[in-house]
Design a protein around this ligand. Sequence first.
Ligand code: PEP
Ligand code: MG
Length: 574
Amino acid sequence: MPEIITGLKLSEGIGFGSIFISKRTDIEASDREIDADQIEEEISAYKESIQEAHIQLRKLRENVGEHLDEDSAAIFDAHIMMLDDPGFNEHIINSINNFNNAEKAIRLAGEVYITKFESLDSEYMKARALDVKDICMRLVANVQGVQLTDLTHVDEPVVVVADELTPSASAQLDSKYIKGIITAAGGMTSHSAIIARSLNIPAISGVPDILSKVTHGEDIIIDGFEGDIVLSPTEVEMAAYSEKQKAQEEREEKLKDLIGKETKTLDGINIGLYANIKGPEDLNDVSSNDAEGIGLYRTEFLYMNRMNLPSEEEQFEAYKAVLSDMDDKPVIIRTLDIGGDKELSYLNLPKESNPFLGERSIRFLLKNEEIFKTQLRALIRASEHGNLKVMFPMVTTIDEFNRAKALLIEEKEKYEAEIGKELSEIAAGIMVETPSAAMISDQLAKHVDFFSIGSNDLIQYTMAADRLNEQVSDLYQTYHPSVLGLIKKVIDSGRNNNKWVGICGEMACDHKSIALLTGFGIDELSVSPKKILGIREYISEIKKTDMEQLSESVLSCDSAEDVLYLIEEHLNLT
Ligand code: PEP
Ligand code: MG
């Protein structure tokens, strides 16, 4: 009897194959006692294991760099750095000097680091505990002379099922044979999720007892659109999911007809359709989906997955890669947006009881001018290679914008003096993601060059509902009249002051909100690259004048439910 299990959707798509159970190679570190005269021997066994790990990891990094993006390959840089971490090494050597054998010393040090990472609030840092487990397992295996199992020998379509997939196991994934990934644990920021998405492999997590439910070799279907797993599917189910996969492929193929076309409503109004990216590794998707620009480059990813701040040169190279690839199309690069849920552990910032209301984003940058100036300088240098616009996140007051812009101008003038020539002006705008910025958008519009509405945050701050807290998710209401009223106010302020207004939060992907935003008169939508063509199609089917009537009427609704009802009625969705 087939069984359907539902989990958390991490990566879209449908995959068929047989189950490949990837158990953690249960390498046990021995507890054997050692005498004082064995200490030297154990220390050299440990040192050799480190050297071997260096060679193995460099090789893995090379392989991965060839068929995956830089983000995935960078996982191994983080592992290599961990191998060289003086604190970690000292911990192990001290432990061996205290009569623990090398394997046990590695395990004990690993436990200390894992507990430290797991106790941190951020999902991202919790996921780093997995990196430590991975490294320690490799080191113990090296001391024992044991080969770790790998997925590179798979030569038939499989769906990998695991408790959790280590970064090195994930990096061996090849979409030719790996048709899906199911893990008991791991969230959107786990490395297996990052890699699965970059390879277009469907992935589902959050199925705690998955390993007890499946058998190696059993047939399986994974549906990453719905988060469904079908074990031992019947022929009827196989046929139904094949149909769904085929329909999806056909739809994607058909949408390609829209490449090179303008994004225009039925009554001829153009709306810019840009892409959100996290780095140069997304550029292929940007061009294959015909983005008209970059509406949001989230630079904080450049600062993550590492142990120190990126240098000016490193940042310059990343920004230049994006700008030159986009030719003269607009590229909006957002300055570092850390704080809230995005932590940088190596900065050792004090813990805050309300991090989303704390020293995040522009507040952090204005207090840490050296970090800010390094980024601004890299941006200014890169501006020579394309059409750069700089965007400051989480602005609440006009003073914040003016101080940030003054630093941009100061750094630009310094650089111009160094190189002995003037650069073109760099447009500077803000993300409108606080109710304060929205309320004073008319005044702000006199200072900024553009607005981009960060609806993900604007909703949480307007509704006073943490965007990550499931307990208040019912209050995180995209369609609440208060949120929509603020959005309309920002768009009106832009229009009245001849400044364009875009939106780069998740709201820009949803057809119902696109209908409203079109009615309000939005100039640009910035979305994940893979959503672009579907949205271009949708916009080509609606009329702005028609949506204007709808947008006007939702503002006097009492609740989000009433708004949704009106939209659905207007769009004939009921
Ligand atoms: C937003 O808040 O809408 C936004 C796009 O920024 P982020 O999701 O990175 O906070
Ligand atoms: Mg935001």
